[in-house]
Design a protein around this ligand. Structure first.
Ligand code: ACO
Length: 440
């Protein structure tokens, strides 16, 4: 098969959000800390009617309805998430309800878990399946997303919620550049979830940021090597039309694009365009993760390119917050929505990061028109139709989720009338922990 990639993409997000400017006041932090300091606008969240099963059912069901996907045409379905509500049963098996009722139970693939990286691993699995002798000619669906919640404190405004579903197949409009990938993985405890009795992670924010930058440095240079091998050309950011990042919060994305340029500098130290970086020649990259002067110099150098190459990828991440596994693909959907057919012929460099850590850089090219995706997803209207709730209500919902975590034999208490029409929601958890869903 040729030109394997993304035929269709859909996002499901909850109908309620909290505004970061409201949250700043509520938390008593200085005005601008979340909106300018983190670069975030709004944050999606769920009450007790939504869990990773219902979010994923919505994403896949809506993808199939909007894009007329024949349930029989799917031969692989896999899920990347770190929102675990069962230590054994996968989200994938729950999603089989959408296919089994049409007589298709022959669908390979299962869940992949590692922080925000599972979705990328799932996507790579689907791609590699299609390139292998096991491929049977059918398409794949990849699901990536999470409910990201933190305990009260500085990390809470970096939560979010949403699930992306993508239809993968040959002759796609958004095509993977095959053979191009740079991977970096190592064993660190920057963000992890050892507490089975809580939905919240343990996080060392500063460590996670340094890990993220180290992963960029390694993935970027390893990707560059594969690029140079494939095309016989030197790779720099000049070869990139758009750069797309896993987005815990927008400020980190701004810094990360600068970090890529810093790697170009390290590889071309005498290029005249880097003269403002002269004084950083002697530093080791790992000494510079928190060097604010270098950061400022890089921000100045990337200012124009950030606006044209990165800003169009950031809308969903600013509006939903960190959707963990979904974040990178929310960036892709934002870009598709923003640029539509202007993306024809363009290369999108993608960086995906999951704590712990697992990361990779790879790229897509848009080869065929994608305006039908923009029309069907209708992203901006749907975002505008959400309901803004108070920080108090948001905090109450997270407290409610705390009391529901691991609970059995209950009926969720949240109202369902404000959910988007046709949405799956959790109707009951029985005394054995089995979950039942209805639709609005
Ligand atoms: N106006 C403008 N900017 C402000 C203001 C203000 N009033 N107040 C603070 N800022 C700036 C700070 O200068 C800082 O900028 P910098 O990043 O350029 O230094 C930024 O806002 C954040 O402020 P900090 O004091 O550094 O924030 P804090 O330490 O309280 O928390 C953190 C930030 C560490 C990101 C926290 O939210 C966190 O732990 N989040 C979860 C971890 C995370 O997302 N890691 C990223 C990769 S891993 C992953 O995806 C989960």
């Amino acid at each position: 098969p040729q030109n394997i990639g993304i035929h269709a993409i859909e996002v499901y997000f909850p109908s309620t959000y909290v505004a970061q400017e409201d949250l700043e006041k509520f938390d008593g932090v200085s005005a601008g800390k979340y909106t300018l300091g983190l670069g975030q606008t709004n944050m999606a969240f769920c009450g007790d009617r939504e869990d990773i099963y219902s979010l994923s059912l919505n994403a896949v069901n809506n993808l199939m309805e909007k894009f007329n996907v024949d349930p029989q045409s799917i031969g692989r379905l896999e899920v990347g998430t770190e929102t675990v509500i069962d230590k054994s049963k996968s989200v994938k098996t729950v999603l089989m309800d959408l296919f089994a009722k049409h007589g298709n139970t022959s669908i390979d693939g299962i869940d992949t878990i590692n922080a925000c990286y599972g979705g990328t691993s799932a996507l790579h699995n689907a791609l590699q399946w299609m390139e292998s002798s096991y491929w049977d000619g059918r398409n794949a669906i990849v699901v990536a997303g999470d409910i990201a919640v933190y305990e009260k404190g500085p990390a809470r405004p970096t939560g979010g919620a949403g699930v992306i579903a993508m239809l993968i197949g040959p002759d796609a409009p958004i095509v993977f550049e095959s053979g191009l990938r740079g991977v970096h993985m190592e064993n660190v405890y920057d963000f992890y979830k050892p507490d089975m009795d809580s939905e919240y992670p343990r996080v060392d924010g500063k460590l996670s940021i340094s890990c993220y930058f180290r992963a960029i440095d390694n993935c970027y240079n390893r990707y560059a090597k594969t690029f140079e091998k494939k095309y016989g050309q030197k790779f720099t950011l000049d070869q990139v039309d758009y750069a797309l990042f896993h987005s815990p919060y927008n400020k980190l994305v701004q810094k990360s694009f600068g970090r890529m340029l810093y790697n170009d500098f390290l590889n071309n130290k005498n290029d005249a365009k880097f003269q403002t970086l002269e004084q950083y020649k002697q530093f080791q990259p790992e000494e510079t993760y928190f060097n604010t002067d270098l950061e400022k110099a890089l921000t100045a150098l990337t200012k124009t390119d950030y606006q044209s190459k990165v800003a169009p990828t950031t809308n969903l991440a600013k509006q939903l917050g960190n959707t963990y596994c979904g974040s990178t693909y929310a960036g892709l959907l934002s870009l598709v929505d923003e640029k539509s057919n202007d993306l024809l012929g363009k290369r999108v460099l993608t960086f995906s990061y999951g704590s712990g850590l697992a990361a990779s850089a790879f790229s897509f090219k848009v080869e065929k028109p994608i305006n039908h995706i923009v029309e069907k997803v209708d992203l901006k209207n749907r975002l505008a139709n959400r309901v803004r709730v108070s920080p108090q209500e948001f905090t109450d919902k997270l407290s409610l989720r705390e009391t529901r975590h691991n609970l059995k034999d209950y009926v969720p208490s949240d109202q369902v009338q404000n959910m988007f029409p046709g949405s799956f929601y959790l109707s009951h958890v029985d005394e054995a922990g089995k979950r039942k869903y209805d639709r609005t």
